[in-house]
Design a protein around this ligand. Structure first.
Ligand SMILES: Cc1ncc(C[n+]2csc(CCOP(=O)(O)OP(=O)(O)O)c2C)c(N)n1
Ligand SMILES: [Mg+2]
Length: 561
């Protein structure tokens, strides 16, 4: 493997300013136009830098630091430019730990800049004197203190470059308050370095040969296919080779919903009876049965290939027939070239037809639930109404348990880069942050936030942020009055449940109204569609609170462990 480093442009002239001026200028040079934050004096220089920058950097101030970081993470996921969150010292930073960890698990490009108690009083007990980097080191690519104002520009450049390079992830810097407010004249580093990792051609040839030999291959496309900008290569590969595909995470939409080679709806059969599974851009974790495929209905175990954006992402636990890592466009194109050179041309048409039959059967099975007239409402009916109303470029965000699992089953995005789920960290509470980010990143797209009623409680106060910053989004709350995804498994394991019920029929729509948005509660399945139409037309944050059947649990066969 070699590193290909594109040349940088010339260094900019020396600039004078305080730490915030330098940090904002470097962030802007990396493509950042918005910072997400909640106020604290330790980070005032960042605000002053944003206000006085030319053009000014937008400041979106939120009601809980987790929302600031979830928003910055979602900007990173949607735009593929690292998002920026600015957190005040101590509790501001510690409130950001869960979303920073989520970004680490999801490989999301994110830079978090924290305030820090002043260096000239360190050890004397000034307010919120906490050494943050040791807390964040395990969940970031870089976590360090910038000890001198003159080092801020270089450190912020390094933080953005690392966060945005494969394998992407969060970076963290804190700056002691006295240094942050101090001034320095520095050469701000020029931006333009992009690291591209090249794959080993022999490894790609081996993958091509395995595909040429395979009778029942399946391709799995995950988040990094989108994050690494390989969505066009992936679709080209699929269409030119005719290989059936299952997608997950932000790989959803790379092969558009309804495409004849998209067999996610027949996932169990596809992954259970394949003889070769090629997984691209997603870890072989619990979502993919830890990388063990085949063995269903008498099928032998499948051979497994793992293709990743960087060597550290290649599975260490799965038994792999081959693997390769590097820039995913080059990896995918390289495998395709190798397959085209193979002596035998595989014919997968019977296998594809078999899977298409299973997809058609699943669609037919789903249809009844999507139209369900059950009272209380079956959550699937919400998707029966929502899916036909979604535009191709919509952004759909899931924050919740079963309600979001149903979304994963019924919403098949038409384009990549429009699906935000919690990913393998599974942290509830990302909803409002993600919605704020989506509205900013995709100003003219539909933004739909799917909220379980439990998840809603974790971030709904940030509707206030949507209102203050004039960010209209549609929220749909699947209100089953329970932490449903925990209630049902506890029932299954113990025959009873505790700590799983929420107050019945809570008016989350009234919460949104109280904060300046709109909303309504729906109890009749036929009223879901008209309520959604009003929500899309509202031009303001609007929550449709759908009272659903707590017993309509998502049929799952794994708890993720
Ligand atoms: C921060 C956090 N706390 C707890 C959990 C455990 N958990 C996973 S799903 C879930 C229930 C979610 O309930 P709700 O949002 O109402 O969705 P439902 O399953 O009822 O559709 C819980 C508590 C978690 N994933 N993240
Ligand atoms: Mg619930």
């Amino acid at each position: 493997m070699t590193d290909v480093t594109e040349p940088s442009s010339d260094t900019a002239p020396a600039s004078e300013g305080h730490g915030g001026d330098h940090a904002v200028a470097v962030a802007a040079a990396h493509g950042v136009d918005t910072m997400f934050t909640l106020s604290g004096a330790h980070v005032f220089p960042m605000y002053d830098g944003a206000v006085k920058a030319e053009p000014p950097m937008r400041i979106v101030d939120v009601r809980h630091e987790q929302t600031a970081v979830f928003a910055a993470e979602a900007v990173g996921k949607l735009t593929r430019v690292p998002g920026l969150a600015v957190l005040t010292a101590g509790p501001g930073v510690t409130n950001g730990v869960s979303p920073i960890t989520q970004a680490s698990f999801s490989g999301s490009p994110l830079v978090v800049i924290g305030g820090r108690a002043p260096a000239n009083r360190w050890g004397m007990g000034s307010l919120q004197e906490l050494d943050h980097p040791p807390l964040l080191a395990p969940v970031t690519k870089l976590a360090r203190t910038v000890h001198q104002v003159a080092e801020v520009a270089g450190a912020v450049d390094e933080a953005f470059t690392l966060a945005g390079s494969s394998h992407r992830g969060p970076t963290f810097l804190d700056v002691p308050m006295d240094q942050f407010f101090d001034k320095a004249t520095v050469d701000r580093p020029a931006v333009g370095l992009r690291q591209r990792l090249e794959a080993d051609p022999d490894a790609l040839a081996r993958v091509g040969a395995l595909l040429a030999e395979a009778a029942r291959p399946v391709l799995v496309l995950g988040t990094d296919v989108w994050a690494d900008g390989a969505e066009e290569a992936a679709l080209r590969f699929v269409e030119q080779t005719g290989v059936p595909v299952v997608t997950n995470g932000m790989g959803r939409g790379v092969v558009p919903g309804g495409h004849p080679l998209l067999v996610t709806k027949a996932r169990g059969k596809a992954l259970g009876t394949a003889d070769l599974v090629v997984v691209v851009g997603t870890p072989l974790d619990f979502r993919l049965g830890y990388g063990v495929f085949g063995g269903k209905d008498g099928a032998p175990p499948a051979r497994v290939v793992h293709l990743a954006d960087s060597p550290g992402q290649v599975s260490g636990h799965a038994e792999l027939a081959a693997s390769a890592s590097g820039d995913l466009t080059a990896v995918i194109d390289g495998v395709q070239a190798a397959l085209e050179k193979a002596a035998t041309k595989p014919d997968w048409s019977a296998w594809v037809a078999d899977l298409q039959g299973a997809v058609a059967a699943a669609v037919e099975r789903d249809d009844a639930l999507l139209r369900s007239e059950a009272d209380p409402i079956h959550p699937a009916r919400i998707y029966g109404e929502l899916v036909p109303r979604l535009a191709d470029d919509s952004v759909v965000i899931g924050d919740g348990g079963d309600f979001v699992s149903f979304a994963g089953k019924y919403v098949e995005p038409k384009r990549p880069g429009g699906w935000l789920d919690p990913g393998p960290y599974g942290c509830l509470g990302a909803g409002l942050g993600s919605a704020i980010a989506a509205r900013i990143a995709r100003p003219s797209a539909q933004v739909v936030l799917l909220l379980g009623d439990g998840a809603a409680g974790m971030s709904l106060m940030d509707v206030d942020t949507l209102v203050r910053h004039d960010l209209p989004v549609v929220m749909v709350c699947g209100n089953n009055s329970a932490w449903g995804l925990e209630k049902q498994p506890m029932q299954m394991l113990y025959g009873y449940d505790v700590a799983a019920d929420l107050a019945p029929r809570t008016r989350y729509d009234e919460v949104v109204k109280a904060l300046g948005g709109g909303g309504e509660t729906v109890t009749d399945p036929t009223q879901i569609g008209p309520a959604l139409d009003r929500a899309f037309a509202a031009g303001a944050p609007y929550l449709v609170n759908v009272i659903t059947d707590v017993d309509a649990a998502y049929p799952r066969n794994t708890f993720g462990v």
